[in-house]
Design a binder for this molecule. Structure first.
Ligand SMILES: Cc1ncc(C[n+]2csc(CCOP(=O)(O)OP(=O)(O)O)c2C)c(N)n1
Ligand SMILES: [Mg+2]
Length: 397
C-alpha cells in the first residue's frame, strides 16, 4: 500500500529530529513539508500577526531596523540604476523594486565569508552585501563579465544563464564542507528558472552530499511574460524540495521579518551540517522584466497595483513605527543616506569607463583555451586595423 501523507511526514519529522546535532535546535522538525500558507509575521499593512507555524521566532528589532535602512538604500539604488539606463549609462537593468525584503533580508543572514550566488536581478542584494555599486553595475554596463572580485568578496558573478549558478553553489558549499569549514552558500533563483534541469540536479546533489546550501526562490509571479500558472502545477514551488529530501518552506517575501526569521533558521540548519534547504519567497516584480520589456502586453495594471498595496518597504516602516523604532527624523536620515548613495553612484557612473577589451577572454576558464586565444587575437587585430584607418587625431585619443 502506498504510504499516507501523514506517515511520510512523520517519517520525515523523525529523520529531521534524529539529525539534529547536540546543542543545535532543529528548526525543521515539522519535516520536509512546507507550511500550508506562506509564513508571515506582518499582514499586508504592516500589523504584527501570529505566523501559521511556531517553527520560527520573530527577529530582533535591531536587525529589522538595519534591514529597513538597507531596503531604503536598495530601493533608491534601484531607481537610480533604472534612470541610468535612460541616460545611456547602463545597457540594461532588471529592476527588483518590490523584492527588497527578499534580497536584503536574505543576505543579512549570511556571514561575510559565506558564499552568495546571485542572478541578474539581484543587484540590490549585492549592494546590501557591501559591494561597491559601480562594481555591481559593471556587468550591466557591458564593460566586463563582473565588476567585483568573486574570490575576494565570496560572491559569484551575477548569473544570466538561468539556474546554472545553483550547481556552482552546491559544489562550492560541498567543497567548503569537505575542507572542514562551516561556510554556507546562499543561492538565489527566480520562479521561471525552477523549470530548468540545473535546478533539479543542484537540489539532488546538495541533498545527497549534504551540501550546506540555502536555495532561495524569489517567486515574483512572472518569467518575463510567462505567468506562474504556466510554469508549474505544484501547489507551491517550495514543494519541489520534497522529492529530493530537501527541507523546504514558503514565506511571504514582502515581509522582511518572515524572510529574516526563515532564512536565518535555514542558514543555521545548513551550517550545522544537516544539508540544504529550499525556500520559496512569494513576492512580485512591480516593474517590467527589464527596461527593454513592455509589460503592458502581458499583464494588467490592476494586478501590478494590487501588489503595490503590499509594498515591503512601507509595511516594514509601519511595523517599526508601531514598536517605536522609527520616527520621521530617523526616516529622513535614512532617506538622505540613500540620496547621497545615489548621487555618488550617478557621479561615478557618469565618468566614461575604460573597459579592457581582452578582459572578456580572461577568467572564462582557469587558463585560456586555444579558441579563446584565437578569438582574443582576432579582436586585437581588428582594433589595430581600425586605429590605422582613423585620422591622426583619432589615433591619439
Ligand atoms: C538557460 C536560459 N534560458 C533562457 C534565458 C532567457 N531568460 C532570461 S530571464 C528569463 C526569465 C526568468 O524568469 P525567472 O526565473 O522567474 O526570474 P525573474 O526574471 O522573474 O527574476 C528568461 C527565460 C536565459 N537567460 N537562460
Ligand atoms: Mg520570476
Amino acid at each position: 500500500m502506498a504510504p499516507t501523507r501523514k506517515a511520510a511526514n512523520a517519517r520525515a519529522s523523525k529523520a529531521a529530529e534524529q539529525a539534529a546535532p547536540d546543542g543545535v535546535e532543529a528548526p525543521f522538525q515539522k519535516g520536509l513539508i512546507p507550511a500550508p500558507t506562506p509564513v508571515s509575521f506582518l499582514d499586508a499593512h504592516g500589523e504584527r500577526v501570529t505566523p501559521v507555524t511556531d517553527d520560527y521566532v520573530a527577529p530582533d528589532d535591531d536587525d529589522v531596523l538595519e534591514c529597513y535602512r538597507r531596503m531604503v538604500i536598495g530601493r533608491r539604488f534601484d531607481a537610480q540604476a533604472t534612470a541610468l539606463t535612460k541616460q545611456g549609462r547602463l545597457a540594461v537593468y532588471p529592476s527588483s523594486r518590490g523584492q527588497e525584503a527578499c534580497q536584503v533580508g536574505s543576505v543579512l543572514r549570511i556571514r561575510e565569508d559565506d558564499w552568495f550566488f546571485p542572478t541578474y536581478r539581484d543587484s540590490v542584494a549585492l549592494v546590501s552585501r557591501g559591494i561597491d555599486p559601480v562594481e555591481v553595475l559593471t556587468l550591466l554596463r557591458g564593460d566586463a563579465h563582473c565588476g567585483y572580485d568573486p574570490a575576494a568578496t565570496h560572491t559569484a558573478a551575477q548569473c544570466t544563464p538561468l539556474a546554472t549558478q545553483l550547481l556552482h553553489a552546491a559544489g562550492v558549499a560541498y567543497g567548503e564542507r569537505r575542507q572542514g569549514r562551516d561556510r554556507v552558500a546562499l543561492a538565489f533563483i527566480g520562479d521561471g528558472a525552477t523549470s530548468e534541469g540545473d535546478f533539479h540536479e543542484a537540489l539532488n546533489f546538495a541533498a545527497v552530499f549534504k551540501a550546506p546550501v540555502v536555495f532561495v526562490v524569489q517567486n515574483n509571479g512572472w518569467a518575463i511574460s510567462v505567468p506562474l500558472e504556466k510554469q508549474t502545477a505544484a501547489p507551491s514551488l517550495a514543494y519541489k524540495g520534497i522529492g529530493y529530501g530537501v527541507v523546504c518552506e514558503q514565506v511571504d517575501g514582502n515581509d522582511a521579518l518572515a524572510v529574516l526569521a526563515v532564512v536565518g533558521k535555514a542558514v543555521d540548519w545548513a551550517r550545522s551540517g544537516k544539508g540544504p534547504v529550499l525556500i520559496e519567497l512569494h513576492t512580485y516584480r512591480v516593474e517590467a522584466h527589464t527596461n527593454a520589456d513592455d509589460q503592458t502586453r502581458y499583464r494588467t495594471s490592476d494586478e501590478v497595483e494590487s501588489w503595490k498595496q503590499k509594498d515591503p518597504v512601507e509595511r516594514l516602516a509601519t511595523y517599526l513605527r508601531s514598536v517605536g523604532r522609527l520616527d520621521d527624523d530617523l526616516d529622513a536620515q535614512y532617506a538622505q543616506e540613500a540620496e547621497d548613495f545615489a548621487a555618488d553612484l550617478r557621479d561615478r557612473m557618469n565618468e566614461d569607463a575604460q573597459p579592457q577589451v581582452t578582459s572578456m577572454f580572461a577568467h572564462v576558464y582557469d587558463g585560456p583555451t586555444a579558441q579563446l586565444v584565437e578569438q582574443r587575437d582576432m579582436v586585437l587585430e581588428e582594433i589595430e586595423a581600425e586605429r590605422e584607418t582613423l585620422p591622426a587625431s583619432g589615433k591619439d585619443a
